[in-house]
Design a protein around this ligand. Structure first.
Ligand code: BES
Ligand code: MN
Ligand code: ZN
Length: 493
């Protein structure tokens, strides 16, 4: 979908559909009042008669309005001002659902007059655009009968003159982020029999064909062996699918300034291995590659925007399967860093594929490294599916990531990485065990990673809860944390 911005008096916006947000219990905004006047007081009458109460996310379509340049008017209730992010999303979703049923290609939305708590016009526009994109997203590749695709392909934001530049920038950023999120969602929704490690590698290679300043290198098992990546290899051992370490390098900066590095967990299916998971809901473990997919999605957004920064994106990909060749509980492997690991639970595989990738990225002398992983069920228990877990070794970096999440409406929350937790990883037989105890699972997982990230500022995002929407009509990948990561890049230009 195309996002654009214009400035114009509301009654002069020439469009197939004008979406007009209206707050309850307050006079019409200036734009709404101007429309009302051009419409012979029709809006005020609808409100006075109680035909439109402006309750949250309610909609009323006025199909053939006369006296204004727009052909149709869609009133959207906002409830009481100001709006929260969540309420804004709900009303945008309701408006877009209503708009997509019409035979139109373009809709315009009056942003002017919309009040959202602690958000300026740039951020409001981003929020609306990204929600509109999510509402229109469909994944029907495997449906024999597809629902007819919506015609709606442009959303235009009508803003005050003073906000035009900000809204234009927001529209362009949101469009790139939306593309990135959709890419990430598609990959997360693909089943494990299609989206395996080599498939993810091919996606990166395709991206490098599409954009000139991206180069891609793919390491196979042999290369991993020569690098001594014993942990990554141990996870892949039980699978017929070979592992892949995919390294994408984007050169957007004019100089050879230090890159930012993103490292994503790419377990294309997580059965648990010999420490087999229970059967119920195991199908969802196809989304255990969403960390990697979010690296691809963020790379896509950055490529679209051609941001002036150097960015390294790494996907550490394997399939975690049980078999006669699979790693056993108790097996000891040597990581690329030289540290040995006792694999007490083969289901704690994410940290194993990540640790070697985290050692590998040292060669890029990154100014910061962020890893993204559907790492622990414990993170779902702690934070649910709304907030990503965040831990790391550099307070300044952590604060930057938190701020990016807030700006992007893709929030994270810091958990402590106190030294006291480290002893849970003590092993009698090797340098480190791959699991801690029963408690603080998200923290002990990060403790494990912290043993491999001592040489650079590092932050870890646990997206086990946020990368996927479980059950219900919206079941599927969420595209998170592409907005947070892209925002982080934007904030670091
Ligand atoms: N991929 C899972 C984590 C996960 C669980 C993600 C649920 C999304 C939803 C990860 O590989 C895993 O199995 N972690 C174990 C770690 C444990 C064995 C220490 C877990 O969380 O149970
Ligand atoms: Mn697992
Ligand atoms: Zn996993």
């Amino acid at each position: 979908m195309q996002f654009t911005a214009i400035t114009s008096p509301a009654q002069q916006v020439s469009t197939e559909l004008l979406i007009l947000p209206i707050f309850s219990e307050q006079p019409l905004s200036n734009s709404a009042a101007a429309l009302n006047q051009a419409l012979n007081n029709q809006l005020q009458t609808l409100i006075d008669q109680g035909d439109f109460t402006a309750s949250a996310a309610s909609t009323l379509l006025l199909p053939a309005v006369q006296g204004i340049a727009a052909k149709r008017l869609l009133l959207v209730g906002c409830g009481k001002a100001p709006l929260s992010d969540a309420a804004t999303r709900k009303l945008v979703s309701a408006a877009i659902k209503s708009a997509k049923t019409l035979n139109i290609t373009k809709a315009s939305l009056l942003v002017d007059g919309l009040e959202v708590k602690q958000r300026d016009c740039y951020q409001i526009t981003r929020l609306i655009a990204e929600e509109a994109n999510s509402t229109l997203y469909v994944f029907d590749q495997f449906k024999s009968e597809k629902k007819p695709a919506t015609q709606l392909n442009e959303l235009e934001f009508v803003v005050a003159e003073a906000d035009l530049a900000a809204a234009e920038q927001a529209a362009s950023h949101a469009q790139a982020i939306a593309l990135g999120m959709n890419f990430t969602k598609d990959l997360g929704n693909l089943p494990g029999n299609i989206c395996h490690p080599s498939y993810l590698a091919e996606q990166a290679q395709q991206l490098a064909k599409d954009y000139a300043n991206l180069s891609v290198e793919v390491l196979d098992e042999q290369a991993m062996e020569s690098l001594g990546m014993g942990a990554l290899l141990a996870v892949a051992k039980g699978s017929e699918q070979p592992p892949r370490l995919v390294i994408m390098q984007y050169t957007g900066a004019k100089d050879d300034s230090q890159p930012l590095a993103l490292v994503g967990k790419g377990i294309t299916f997580d059965t648990g291995g010999i420490s087999l998971k229970p059967g119920a809901g195991m199908d969802e473990m196809k989304y255990d590659m969403c960390g990697a997919a979010s690296v691809l999605g963020t790379m896509k957004a950055v490529l679209e925007l051609q941001l002036p920064i150097n960015l390294v994106g790494v996907m550490t990909c394997a399939e975690n399967m049980p078999s006669g060749r699979a790693t056993r509980p108790g097996d000891i492997v040597t990581t690329m860093s030289g540290q040995t690991v006792e694999i007490l639970n083969t289901d704690a595989e994410g940290r194993l594929v990540l640790c070697d990738a985290l050692t590998y990225v040292e060669r890029f002398k990154p100014k910061a490294v962020i890893d993204i992983a559907t790492l622990t069920g414990a993170c779902l228990v702690a934070l649910g599916d709304k907030t990503s877990g965040l831990l790391g070794n550099d307070e300044e970096l952590i604060q930057q990531v938190l701020a990016a999440g807030k700006t992007a409406g893709d929030v994270a929350w810091q958990l402590p990485l106190f030294d006291d937790y480290q002893e849970q990883l003590d092993s009698p037989f090797a340098d480190i065990a791959n699991i801690g105890g029963r408690f603080a699972g998200t923290i002990t997982a990060a403790c494990f990673l912290s043993r491999f990230t001592k040489n650079y500022p590092w932050a870890h995002l646990d997206v086990a809860g946020t990368a996927w929407i479980s059950g219900g009509a919206n079941k599927g990948a969420s595209g998170r944390p592409v907005p947070l990561l892209t925002q982080f890049v934007l904030d670091n230009l």
